[in-house]
Design a protein. Structure first.
Length: 356
């Protein structure tokens, strides 16, 4: 295996919103680049320069760096001064060791391949303080993790998740993305992307219900009966009973958000390795970003402003700080839960001949 083969494998395992896997690995001569795959995902998920995409790309960078350390290779990543969505290269490096002879079995057990999303209930057991301290100590120049174990604060955050989620279930664009990314039954095996409903903690009949409301016209009609309230309540309940939640906080901007994504991924990998399950909740940061971008529907703007203000207070955010991601964490009640699949490598890679 070459170094680029191994990097691509590590990149493939990265988490992304709705498992959209928006990346494309391009190899031209000895240059290895990570790009947005506009052809495959544009208008189907977050845009190339969206906050959620930057977070995933940061997570991808963390995977690549962890793999480089594993195979004892140092790479110099180059980043664009400002990210250009029309030429969406996030970063690249020269692979001088392109022909490294790496044995697949040597790195296949790396913990980055076992990291996964867990959406089921947790045990009541608390997280040991030394694990919490290690999470907090991972702080970087641009991002930090705040661990909350106080029950009242956890309940307050759950309530904000509920409020943000209510906005989300009334927003056509987000609902249509979700509808398009849901995978039922064998579909998940066939497409190897999207949100496999078997990875969600749904009650009996839940899958059918999800299929029914995945059409925006139906959801919109059902919202007159309060379906958005019910769905957001269901969404936020697991946060309320979590033994701990983690907020990833940092600065706004391309490199800064990549850095937050790296921290998020590093914490996620470490916690999973120690048997602690992680369930990301993006809905609050998403609504805060949408509000900043002016894309929250008019009739929901006041609610979004309330969510943003209350979240900033709860997390004690400084003026220049932004909330990147929320994790619900705890010891799992279920083992070997279904994992999301990944697209085959030929869909994620593009090798450009040197003379083109
Ligand atoms: C930026 C980002 C946002 C995410 N938001 C959520 C979320 O709000 N709720 C959720 O259950 N999972 C969320 N996820 C988890 C993804 O759905 C998950 O990573 C993806 O389906 C792949 O599954 P895996 O993590 O098990 O590999 C998010 C992941 C990322 C990177």
């Amino acid at each position: 295996m070459t170094l680029s083969d191994i990097l691509i494998k590590a990149g493939q395992a990265t988490p992304s919103a709705d498992n959209s896997q928006p990346w494309l690995f391009v190899t031209k001569a000895s240059t290895f680049s990570v790009m947005y795959d506009s052809k495959r995902v544009l208008n189907k998920t977050f845009k190339p320069d969206a906050h959620a995409t930057y977070l995933s790309i940061g997570a991808l960078l963390e995977n690549l760096n962890q793999m480089c350390r594993e195979v004892k290779v140092t790479l110099q990543w180059n980043f664009p001064e400002t990210f250009n969505p029309d030429n969406p290269v996030y970063f690249e490096a020269q692979l001088k060791e392109g022909n490294l002879n790496i044995n697949e079995a040597e790195f296949a057990n790396h913990p980055l391949f076992s990291r996964h999303t867990y959406r089921f209930p947790f045990q009541k057991k608390q997280i040991p303080s030394q694990i919490i301290d290690a999470v907090v100590a991972k702080k970087t120049e641009y991002a930090k993790a705040v661990v909350i174990t106080d029950n009242n604060k956890i309940r307050d955050m759950a309530s904000l998740v509920k409020d943000a989620s209510q906005i989300r279930f009334q927003t056509q664009e987000i609902h249509e993305w979700l509808g398009r990314s849901l995978r039922f039954g064998k579909q998940a095996m066939q497409t190897r992307d999207g949100l496999d409903v078997a990875t969600l903690d749904l009650p009996p009949g839940g899958s059918l219900f999800m299929r029914f409301i995945s059409d925006w016209r139906r959801m919109k009609a059902m919202n007159f009966l309060g379906t958005h309230k019910f769905m957001s309540w269901v969404d936020s309940m697991p946060v309320k009973s979590a033994p701990a939640i983690i907020a990833i906080i940092g600065q706004a901007g391309f490199r800064e958000t990549l850095s937050a994504g790296q921290l998020m991924q590093s914490i996620w990998i470490d916690l999973n390795e120690q048997g602690i399950a992680v369930h990301p909740y993006y809905v609050v940061p998403d609504q805060m970003n949408r509000l900043k971008d002016g894309v929250v529907p008019k009739d929901l703007q006041q609610q979004a402003e309330q969510v943003s203000k209350q979240t900033r207070n709860l997390l004690d955010l400084q003026e220049n700080e932004v909330f990147h991601m929320l994790f619900r964490v705890g010891y799992p009640t279920k083992n070997n839960t279904k994992r999301s699949l990944r697209l085959p490598l030929d869909k994620l890679c593009n090798t450009i001949p040197t003379n083109s």
